[in-house]
Design a protein. Structure first.
Length: 419
């Protein structure tokens, strides 16, 4: 064990982890052993490199950005809609379609203890958990198309067992358990603002999921891409866990991808106002790209086009469809990491718990939409916000349970004709 402790200390020295080294020296033998084992599991070369590369990208490059037009569903003729609908319906009905819900996030802004999907909402249809609402959406689609769409739920090391148990405790909310599969995404250490790893109260290095873009490599690592191949699944829809209006089986989106001969299709909504905190789909150096709201220059964010709409207003809402080929290509692509400034509690160099009230640490995340640039073009379908997008991000204010339930209630208080 002495060997492990020495190795851990040497590693901390080598990678200039001064605070952790100081903390290490204040711990008793048992605590040191736990921390040493955790330290030796960290790939410091990798995370140091990720830190350096991610910090560089704070300089935003604004060149080569152009708008990218979407097909606006509300402006399509009935005949145009029928063509797309028929194409997409055929894919779903012939069991060539699967869904991945990305539920590996930390959900720090919501301040809910437990996975975001286990958050309970008071709706006009009664008390419902977020996962319950998604399960109901899936079951409506299954009934409509006469199939059992396989549902893959991406979790993280932090929330996997709680998520699985939650589904078991609630009898999968009526879904067939054989059609629901959980898989864990990879994780990366969190870093302090000085680039040091953080130690938790359990004397282990704090780690978090590697971003929703970790979906591709995780699907490959867990053998799910092979499973898709064997099952004949050709199109995979991926969505966040936190949009309670998400239509998980939209034949129009599938139809558009097929009609446009694209390997990826994304559903957008138009931004409500230029500063709305949503990334926008546009082109950069002739490739489709999502530019985050923080990275879009203000004059561009405010620009209005000849139709009187925001030129850069096509908002990405985590509503993406991939062909199996696109997933395979993305799974071997080295995704860039983005830095998120997040609140994380940790032990300081004296062993005192620092309880974060403000963002105080960095999380490194790959973003699903960075795979878009692997392809010449992707299809974009603009839907209506009130029918498609009711996100739960914050505990109060915008995009909170309050606003999401309001939209959900409005949606369900209308007579819903099956489309
Ligand atoms: P967000 O970027 O909104 O993050 O995730 P979050 O974790 O839900 O919330 P905050 O930022 O900590 O408050 C968008 C979607 O991507 C998933 C989330 O679960 C959500 O569905 N996600 C995010 C993952 O699956 N894995 C990740 O590592 C990050």
């Amino acid at each position: 064990m002495e060997n492990v402790i020495n190795q851990a200390k040497n590693t901390l020295e080598k990678y200039n982890q001064k605070s952790v080294l100081k903390l290490f020296n204040t711990l008793d033998e048992k605590e040191q052993e736990t921390l040493a084992e955790s330290i030796l599991r960290v790939d410091f070369d990798y995370i140091t490199n990720v830190y350096k590369e991610s910090m560089k990208k704070l300089d935003v490059d604004e060149s080569g950005i152009e708008p990218k037009k979407a097909l606006v569903k509300a402006n399509m003729t009935e005949e145009e809609k029928e063509v797309l609908y028929a194409l997409g319906k055929k894919v779903i009905e012939s069991n060539q379609y699967a869904i991945v819900t990305m539920a590996g996030g930390q959900g720090t802004r919501l301040n809910h203890k437990g996975p975001k999907g286990t958050f309970k909402l008071q709706t006009i249809n009664g008390e419902k958990y977020i996962f319950e609402i998604l399960s109901e959406t899936l079951q409506r689609a299954n009934k409509k198309y006469g199939v059992e769409i396989p549902w893959y739920i991406m979790t993280s090391e932090e929330n996997n067992s709680e998520t699985v148990k939650f589904f078991e405790d609630h009898n999968y909310f009526g879904c067939n358990p054989n059609t629901v599969k959980f898989f864990k995404q990879a994780k990366l250490p969190l870093l302090s603002e000085n680039g040091e790893v953080l130690v938790g109260e359990d004397y282990k290095i704090k780690e978090a999921a590697d971003g929703n873009g970790g979906m591709f490599s995780s699907l490959r690592r867990e053998g799910i891409l092979d499973e898709f191949e064997k099952k004949g699944i050709k199109w995979i829809f991926s969505c966040g866990v936190d949009n309670i209006l998400v239509n998980m089986a939209d034949p129009y989106l599938i139809g558009l991808a097929l009609n446009n001969n694209c390997e990826i299709a994304t559903k957008t909504i138009i931004k409500d106002y230029p500063q709305e905190k949503l990334g926008v789909v546009c082109k950069k150096n002739n490739k489709v790209k999502v530019i985050e709201y923080t990275e879009l220059p203000e004059d561009m964010a405010n620009e209005i086009n000849e139709d009187g709409e925001l030129t850069y207003g096509e908002a990405h809402i985590m509503f993406n469809l991939f062909s199996l080929k696109a997933l395979k290509e993305s799974a071997t692509y080295k995704m860039p990491y983005h830095v998120a400034h997040k609140k994380n509690s940790f032990l300081d160099e004296n062993g005192k718990l620092v309880d974060a009230t403000q963002p105080n640490s960095y999380k490194f995340e790959a973003f699903i939409f960075d795979s878009f640039e692997l392809f010449d073009d992707i299809a974009i379908l603009r839907g209506k916000r009130e029918d498609e997008f009711s996100p739960i991000k914050n505990a109060t204010g915008v995009d909170s349970p309050f606003t999401a339930v309001k939209m959900y209630n409005e949606y369900w208080s209308k007579d819903r004709e099956e489309e």
